[in-house]
Design a protein around this ligand. Structure first.
Ligand code: HEM
Length: 417
């Protein structure tokens, strides 16, 4: 049996909170390894990094997600009873529901709705001295996804409900105030959504049968039972909240356009580079740094022993910038997506493996489409300037965000020729 290096601290949670995204990578470098043991959140944990480790982590025979996510995340980001914590057939049935909601027609429609909300927003921004892009795009995405999902919402309510989605995302890696704000936001959001599910079921509101609200409300689990209104609410929020979260990637896309003006020029009239550009934004600015699972039964891998029940954490941050997979990983180079060998285990901005079999994010196509639309809007449908502000990114913060949330001014709409 090969020895797994042990992190020197008796309890490494404080270091994890202090260092944030770089916690696993720093130790992998320090111990010259892709695997080490640490005590995290009062529990013995094996931390893993790199493509080979990701292939292991996504082996469903060896790992389960049941009871793996830290309680702090379940109470803020995930919610109780959602797809993230399911396994086996229960997971497959629930996951199919999500994947069936992500057809090409759904992607096109959501993107079209987002484009319309961008246009309305840009019209208003020209009358404002400054606009803070991150919260503004959160609202654009929230309005678009509610419309796509069939969630009835008026303008005033949209702002407060959107703020709750934003609080769940921002509070997921936080402690103290950020954490408690996220918990309260989840409670309010679940109550709102569970009530809508009950209204759909009792025909008190009419929703088109193709809409996500209808389909989630009437979804049946592996035993043929309807979800409880609370679990249906959690799954509805699994559609709304992450679509709002895409605004974070949009803020980073705006930052990348600002820091790499040649890309701004290229993307203004060139669709070919849109996808490599947004992929590179997802790689460099991935804001979901780690995943957790538990060992199903004792096994050995490369001579290392994994004992039943042990929690394992995979380093998404470190794998997305592992020099064995990526040339000059610290550089922002969209062209790498044309040149380098990228696969479902070395590029993990939203998890890896197979969308249908594993827990890999079913929202990747929505994410890429909405990011591309945002870059189109920023480069082709408006002009703006970027005033002096703090654009630094604190990599110890979970989740990352440009410090100023990206402020723009002198916004002018551009009517495409
Ligand atoms: C799962 C990140 C957008 C819905 C995940 C996972 C990550 C992730 C890291 C876990 C993968 C794993 O456990 O292996 C992100 C990021 C997003 C995003 C960074 C962009 C901001 C979306 C969107 C949706 C979505 C737009 C839906 C509209 C889900 C669901 C799961 C998931 C339902 C659970 C899947 C499962 O457990 O099988 N996401 N996601 N996400 N995501 Fe996303």
């Amino acid at each position: 049996m090969v020895y797994i290096p042990l992190d020197s601290s008796r309890e490494s949670s404080v270091a994890l909170l202090r260092e944030g995204n770089t916690f696993i990578s720093t130790r992998c470098e320090r111990y010259d390894t892709d695997i080490f043991r640490a005590r995290l959140m009062l529990e013995k944990t094996i931390c893993l990094r790199g493509e080979a480790a990701a292939r292991l982590f996504y082996d469903e025979e060896r790992f389960t997600r049941e009871g793996a996510a830290p309680g702090l995340l379940v109470k803020t980001l995930f919610g109780v009873g959602g797809v993230q914590g399911l396994d086996g057939e229960a997971h497959q049935v629930r996951k199919r529901m999500f994947l069936e909601l992500m057809s090409d027609a759904d992607i096109d429609e959501l993107t079209r709705f987002a484009a319309e909300h961008w246009q309305q927003a840009i019209g208003g921004w020209q009358r404002q001295k400054q606009v803070t892009l991150h919260p503004a795009v959160q609202l654009i995405h929230f309005r678009a996804v509610c419309r796509w999902a069939g969630v009835p919402i008026d303008a005033d309510e949209a702002e407060t409900r959107c703020a709750d989605q934003a609080a769940m995302i921002d509070g997921a890696g936080g402690i103290a105030i950020r954490h408690w704000q996220a918990r309260r936001a989840r409670k309010r959001s679940e109550t709102w959504m569970a009530e809508l599910v009950e209204q759909v079921r009792s025909n008190r509101i009419q929703v088109d049968e193709d809409r996500a609200l209808f389909r989630v409300s009437w979804h049946r689990d592996a035993q043929g039972e309807l979800l409880t209104p609370q679990v249906a609410a959690v799954e509805m929020l699994n559609l709304l909240r992450p679509t709002v979260a895409i605004a974070r990637f949009v803020a980073f896309a705006a930052l990348a356009l600002h820091e790499h003006p040649t890309w701004y020029e290229t993307l203004r009239d060139n669709d070919t580079w849109l996808e490599p550009f947004v992929q590179e934004v997802r790689r460099v600015y991935g804001f979901f740094p780690f995943l957790a699972a538990r060992v199903r039964d004792d096994f050995e891998w490369n001579g290392y022993h994994f004992s039943k029940g042990r929690r394992v954490m995979l380093d998404l941050y470190g794998t997305n910038r592992d020099p064995r997979s990526w040339e000059r990983p610290e550089a922002f180079r969209p062209e790498r997506f044309e040149q380098e060998s990228i696969n479902a285990y070395n590029f993990l901005p939203q998890g890896g493996g197979d969308h249908a079999v594993n827990h890999r994010c079913p929202g990747e196509w929505f994410t890429i489409a909405l990011m591309k639309e945002a870059v189109r809007q920023l480069t082709r449908h408006m002009t703006y300037s970027v005033p002096p502000q703090d654009l630094s990114v604190d990599w110890s913060r979970l989740p990352i965000i440009p410090e100023s949330r990206f402020i723009i001014e002198s916004v002018r709409p551009v009517i495409p020729a």
